[in-house]
Ligand binder design. Structure first.
Ligand SMILES: Nc1ncnc2c1ncn2[C@@H]1O[C@H](COP(=O)(O)OP(=O)(O)O)[C@@H](O)[C@H]1O
Ligand SMILES: O=P(O)(O)OC[C@H](O)CO
Length: 495
């Protein structure tokens, strides 16, 4: 027990959050601000890197002011972030040369298709653990260098830097001195060799990315630099991509332990320990974290659209005012789930990996109403999770006795119950669904000597377990309908 604080900065896809943890590792306060999603063209998704900074530092300032915290009381800062999202900036002016290209953006699909045709799939998989897909940063950096005026020349002169959001934040927090990332974020770039723990020269050369643009890569618990606040130097002591941070925050420290986070997307990760395990079923191999001189790996099932589909109900279709309203409307429909929404708005991730799939609604009849669509959209999060869990169990040979969940959309009781029903596996929701922030805070807290890993286990309490309650015949019928709907959505647009 200590009266010092740790702050986690959680820079997510739709909002920036600052989370204050007390010396016992409990959340004391959260400040949060949504920011603009920019959709310049079909399939393109961008963020303004400066708005990312202003919202992130805005919520940090608000947190510190509203809780009257003296900076000397802050023992460390942990950073966690939406992964893969790509920023390229001029190291002299500090100006981004282009908007951040978000992980969901599919503009580089044809570049990826070419890499596949050139026979690089096995090389990429064996060395980066990933599949060739527009999801990852590498082809996004390539696109910026090819398409932004003067970018290629400037990069060749060593004037441009690339970073995922963690790097962009830290560079700005350290007076533009520290250009750094951690293993977990580097492993999402398509440029990092997860076996040798070095940037992969062959892939850099194929994508024509100069090594001078790349950040230094360090473990996930490390003293990366200091953030100076009112004259006090606060160590930035933890970094992890948000999904790996959630794995840590859910105390999945042992091989075989897994979690599923329902945020903008939905990501199931299973710790595979020090073993680098490749998937036969469409999952990714990724670095979970580097800590205490060891690297832990994970298997990952990445679902691109989860809570984002609920935002689409809210902002696109205007069927609901707030995301939590979806639960109320879904509960009003008593049917056998004959309507299916496949939210392939950004193609399909695991286990399908189809950049050319697009969203669709199936099973409409004259009596279909708004509530059916809302219900089917919530169901789609659970169906996609079932696709991924099937792959995870096949690859690992492990049958989960319960699914640990977290993230903003895990608050939805209707969806969680259907998740348990369709999986036929209990779903375990912890009291703190902010596992991402928890993971980042603990990486920092462990690094500055405030906490130990065991403290996370002590702190983790289950708020509710959802028990399966669906006849197997109905479950099988529902899932067969989902699989049919997915197959019809695939390869919808042309290369
Ligand atoms: N009660 C709810 N039911 C369904 N979806 C929800 C609910 N509350 C939040 N969401 C969805 O969860 C997402 C926010 O979760 P969060 O973990 O903050 O995501 P991120 O870190 O990706 O920004 C949003 O996409 C929102 O639509
Ligand atoms: O913003 P989230 O929490 O859905 O996470 C996004 C992922 O990091 C993308 O890989």
């Amino acid at each position: 027990m200590s009266n010092r604080y740790i702050i986690a900065l959680d820079q997510g896809t739709t909002s920036s959050r600052a989370v204050l943890f007390n010396g016992s590792g409990e959340i004391v306060a959260i400040t949060q601000q949504e920011f603009t999603q920019i959709f310049p063209k079909s399939g393109w998704v961008e963020h303004d890197p400066k708005e990312i900074l202003s919202t992130q530092f805005g919520v940090l300032e608000k947190l510190i002011k509203s809780h009257k915290i003296d900076p000397s009381e802050i023992a460390g800062i942990g950073i966690t972030n939406q992964r893969e999202t790509t920023v390229v900036w001029d190291k002299h002016s500090g100006e981004p040369v282009y908007n951040a290209i978000v992980w969901q953006d599919t503009r580089t699909s044809d570049i990826c298709q070419k890499l596949k045709k050139d026979g690089l799939e096995d090389y990429v998989r064996n060395n980066t653990g990933l599949v060739i897909d527009s999801y990852f940063s590498g082809t996004k950096v390539h696109w910026i260098l090819e398409n932004v005026e003067d970018a290629r020349e400037k990069a060749a002169k060593g004037d441009l830097l690339f970073g995922t959001i963690d790097s962009w934040l830290i560079w700005n927090m350290t007076d533009r001195e520290v250009h750094i990332t951690d293993y977990s974020n580097a492993s999402r770039t398509l440029l990092y060799n997860i076996k040798s723990l070095e940037w992969d020269e062959k892939l850099l050369s194929i994508l024509k990315i100069p090594a001078t643009m790349l950040p230094e890569v360090k473990p996930s618990g490390h003293h990366y630099g200091d953030y100076t606040l009112q004259g006090h130097k606060i160590p930035i002591a933890g970094i992890a991509g948000d999904q790996q941070a959630a794995l840590f925050g859910q105390a999945c420290f042992e091989p075989g332990m897994a979690k599923n986070t329902y945020g903008t997307g939905c990501f199931m990760l299973m710790n595979t320990g020090k073993k680098l395990q490749y998937s036969e079923s469409g999952l990714l191999t990724t670095i979970a974290w580097g800590l205490d001189g060891e690297v832990h790996y994970a298997l990952e099932g990445s679902i691109f659209i989860a809570g984002a589909a609920i935002q689409w109900l809210r902002d696109g279709l205007k069927l609901i005012d707030e995301a939590p309203d979806s639960e109320y409307f879904a509960n009003k429909v008593a049917d056998d789930r004959e309507v299916y929404v496949v939210p392939a708005f950004a193609g399909l991730g695991a286990p399908y990996w189809d950049m050319y799939a697009r969203g669709a609604i199936f099973g409409l009849t004259r009596d279909t109403g708004k509530n059916h669509i809302i219900k089917a959209t919530l169901d789609s999060l659970a169906y996609q999770t079932k696709d991924v869990l099937n792959a995870m169990e096949k690859d690992s040979g492990i049958t989960l006795s319960a699914l640990k969940v977290d993230g903003g959309a895990a608050a939805n009781n209707f969806m969680m119950q259907f998740q348990a029903d369709i999986l036929d596996v209990p779903v375990e929701r912890p009291e703190v669904i902010e596992s991402t922030a928890m993971g980042a805070a603990f990486l920092a807290g462990i690094t500055v000597g405030l906490w130990k890993k065991e403290d996370i286990i002590k702190n983790r309490k289950i708020e509710k377990t959802f028990t399966p309650d669906m006849a197997s015949e109905l479950r099988n019928k529902c899932y067969a309908g989902w699989q049919k709907a997915v197959s019809k959505s695939m390869a919808w647009i042309q290369e």
